[in-house]
Ligand binder design. Structure first.
Ligand code: AMP
Ligand code: MN
Ligand code: MN
Ligand code: MN
Length: 285
């Protein structure tokens, strides 16, 4: 079961990916993925399209999303899997979470204008497949388009991260709310790419214990955002905290992502995969 090629984390044009849900389904299948989830940021409008496309090509599917949460002053991402995509409270919670994104983008554009870069809001909006979901990624693509930076990673390094011009702090959902929305919609909550947050050991312990206290059950161990050392560290933490382990590329774009759909190491054999607890939620092809 651990050797299943599951890819339970990626993005479409419904958030900040560059491919349509149908194109992602085909790419996942072509890459040998056996169980797939589309996990757009704060938005589940691509779920029906993703599930239909997966079914049409014989690919098992789990519903998915990636919720932005503020925890200890840092943005943390919580992946939800296997929920009912029609659940009203989940839909309302996600709508509230994405609600501030337009205003935030305008504020980031105003900061970048002060740094001499004009037209950022309008430019980023042109890159956004979903105007309700304008992300830093779209601003980054606009800055690459106009030649300010060579690639999106350079944009994040120079502009869109804490302490840099163009960064605007933002208040996302509360951890407990995000976990509750997912659980009450019949899904399972997973801490996304824990290796990315730069927490101290104490802060990380607080995140894991509070997440579990709220009813969270899984952690991403194998993700495109982790180093080999992170794989080992979070495999150990999954065991220590008795969490189910997840696996996902976090694929956004053929041009930008270094990890393709399904192109990940297997989940270590000593871990229990999240999909073992989600068999009843899998939409079988
Ligand atoms: P937002 O939700 O608007 O804060 O945007 C966050 C998104 O920006 C993430 O989901 C990534 O897709 C992207 N991102 C964050 N950091 C980086 C980075 N260093 N390089 C490239 N993309 C990044
Ligand atoms: Mn993203
Ligand atoms: Mn993320
Ligand atoms: Mn992601």
């Amino acid at each position: 079961m651990n050797l299943l090629n599951a890819d339970l984390h990626c993005h479409s044009v419904v958030s900040d990916g560059t491919l349509q849900p149908e194109a992602l389904a085909h790419r996942a299948k072509a890459n040998g993925v056996e169980l797939w989830a589309l996990t757009d940021h704060d938005e589940i409008d691509g779920q029906l399209r993703a599930a239909d496309a997966a079914r049409a090509i014989g690919l098992d599917y789990l519903s998915g999303c990636e919720i932005s949460v503020s925890f200890a002053g840092v943005t943390v991402h919580i992946v939800g899997l296997g929920f009912d995509a029609e659940d009203r409270a989940l839909r309302q919670g996600l709508a509230a979470t994405r609600g501030g994104r337009g205003e935030r983008a305008r504020e980031m554009a105003a900061e970048l204008a002060k740094a001499g870069i004009q037209g950022v809001y309008e430019g980023a909006l042109r890159h956004a497949g979903n105007p309700a979901l304008i992300a830093r990624t779209h601003i980054a693509r606009y800055l690459v388009e106009i030649g300010v930076c060579a690639d999106t990673h350079e944009v994040f390094r120079r502009f869109l991260t804490s302490g840099r011009p163009g960064y605007v702090p933002h208040r996302w959902a509360a951890l407990g709310d995000a976990v509750r929305w997912i659980n009450e919609a019949g899904g399972l909550a997973v801490i996304a790419h824990p290796g990315r947050y730069g927490f101290t050991p104490n802060e990380e312990y607080a995140l894991f214990t509070e997440f579990i206290a709220h009813g969270g059950r899984g952690v991403e161990v194998i993700t495109g955002s982790h180093t080999t050392a992170d794989y080992l560290k979070y495999a150990d933490m999954a065991l220590e905290f008795d969490l189910l382990a997840s696996r996902g590329s976090d694929f956004h774009s053929p041009q930008e992502s270094h990890t393709d759909l399904g192109a990940l190491p297997d989940l270590p054999g000593r871990l229990t995969p999240v999909w073992s607890a989600l068999q009843h939620r899998v939409q079988r092809a």
